[in-house]
Design a protein around this ligand. Structure first.
Ligand SMILES: *Cc1c(COP(=O)(O)O)cnc(C)c1O
Length: 456
């Protein structure tokens, strides 16, 4: 078996996610034969350092022996069983442990099998809670500009990335969108905290005026990942929690991308010392092994649904693979690694190394900002450093970085003009050096020497 036969067979049958398939007329697909740690290997023996954790899911490396072992044992015991009316040990233990490690007050776990579904669950539960409480006017949700919460219709509606959303606008529920506290837009003399605090005024105004029709505010704590890795200060979360309490509105924290150590704490909400009313988890929940998600909520929410059947207050939502035992086992093995190894402290060192390895880019004439929150580092390429004028998206500068990186053993997947690292936590300092070196070269090519247009 080699790359090209697999590519032929693939392109005859598979429709790939988030891809203009015609691009594969000039950009070859890469079939992966095996993977270990941070390294992917194709059918011709070429290697790729997985600097994006296979779409932000993998945290402890591919084919991690500890996670593999637990899944194998589970596989020979119970592969799957319905979770309505029945239960199993992996889901029970996982629920107990998630309740233990997540912020105080999150005391109930509702399982699904992907991140978008976890968001759908939170939205439906919040709306349904207010309905069960007799507050029928609460039908609206508030989100932030530039937010992303997944791509099923409800989750797509909840987000605000035009590239994914605009086409489907006629199908989507309408959100109340508040300007993001994104610190990229702060004034040069302003700290990120000052900017985020200032931007909160917009949120406060919406909540003060419209809280009677609002079920919940949904946010991605600290980093808007799909929205070009834009970052903001924890103060915003603190102020938001206070305002949600004041105005009787739920707070939904979508930690699908930022949960499990990515931002420097186990959960991003910890950095603001807040507990949301709903927390959505997926991606790294299973170490990036298997599709599983969970929406955690409070006892208050749970009790609003708990009643005699005839009162029809139950939450009648389900997915076939809800709480799959193999997924739960992978998640338990992942939590074991957090419990046994000093992951958060080690990540601090790795994050520092990422910072040092990219420090020189701050002065690059086509880099507006190098920003970082824990194990997320993003580099914003711009046409004009002073005005921050962006490169037109049609130029596909990020694609140049992607292609250069692949030729040099690194998988980087820029979002538009933003090159970022979200590596597995098992990456070594030397591998960080390689990843950064290749990114710097790629940025050189994409912004200058390998000029795309002549009008620069
Ligand atoms: C990836 C992501 C989702 C959607 O998860 P899927 O499993 O891809 O459906 C939702 N919210 C955030 C913040 C994400 O990064």
């Amino acid at each position: 078996m080699n790359n090209s036969t697999l590519i032929d067979r693939d392109l005859r049958t598979i429709w790939h996610p988030c891809t203009q398939m015609k691009d594969h007329e000039f950009m070859p697909l890469i079939p992966i034969r095996r993977a270990e740690g941070v390294w992917l290997e194709d059918f011709e023996g070429r290697r790729y350092l997985d600097a994006i954790s296979s779409w932000w899911v993998n945290i402890f490396g591919h084919c991690n022996p500890r996670i593999n072992a637990r899944i194998k044992t589970q596989l020979d015991t119970l592969e799957h069983v319905i979770l309505a009316g029945f239960s199993h040990e992996p889901a029970i233990e996982l629920s107990e442990r998630l309740i233990e490690i997540t912020p105080a007050g999150l005391d109930r776990c509702f399982f699904a099998d992907n991140g978008s579904s976890a968001v759908e669950v939170a939205l439906k539960m919040s709306f349904h809670y207010w309905r069960n409480k007799g507050q029928k006017n609460k039908t609206r949700f508030v989100n932030l500009s530039n937010s992303y919460h997944g791509e099923t219709l409800g989750a797509l509606a909840a987000g605000d990335v035009p590239l994914y959303k605009e086409t489907y606008a006629p199908l989507l529920m309408e959100m109340i969108t508040v300007a993001s506290p994104d610190c990229y837009h702060r004034r040069p003399d302003e700290s990120c905290e000052e900017h985020s605090r200032k931007m909160f005024a917009h949120m406060r105004e919406v909540l003060a005026q419209r809280h009677e029709e609002i079920c919940a505010v949904i946010i991605e704590p600290l980093v808007q990942c799909a929205g070009n890795m834009r970052m903001y200060d924890p103060i915003y979360l603190k102020l938001l929690r206070e305002a949600c309490d004041e105005f009787n509105v739920h707070l939904i924290a979508d930690e699908i991308a930022v949960g499990f150590g990515r931002t420097g704490s186990l959960f991003a909400c910890e950095q603001a010392d807040i507990s949301p009313d709903f927390m959505c988890l997926s991606k790294a929940l299973t170490g990036g092994y298997l599709p599983l998600s969970v929406t955690l909520t409070t006892d208050d929410v749970y009790q609003a649904f708990y009643d005699n059947y005839e009162n029809l207050t139950a939450f009648l939502h389900s997915h076939s693979f809800t709480g799959n035992p193999l997924g739960c086992s992978a998640a338990l093995a992942t939590l074991d690694i957090f419990a046994e190894d000093d992951v958060i402290a080690n990540n601090k060192k790795l994050a520092h190394k990422m910072q040092l390895a990219t420090a020189a880019l701050t002065d690059h004439p086509h880099v507006a900002e190098v920003r970082q929150t824990g194990m997320i580092l993003a580099i914003e390429m711009v046409k004009n450093k002073n005005t921050r004028e962006a490169y037109p998206w049609q130029e596909r500068r990020g694609l140049k970085v992607y292609r250069h990186a692949l030729e040099n053993e690194v998988l980087l997947l820029p979002l538009g003009n933003v090159v970022y690292f979200i590596p597995p936590y098992v990456i070594t300092p030397d591998e960080i050096e390689l990843m950064a070196k290749v990114a710097v070269e790629g940025i050189e090519i994409a912004t200058g020497k390998g000029r795309v247009t002549s009008d620069e």
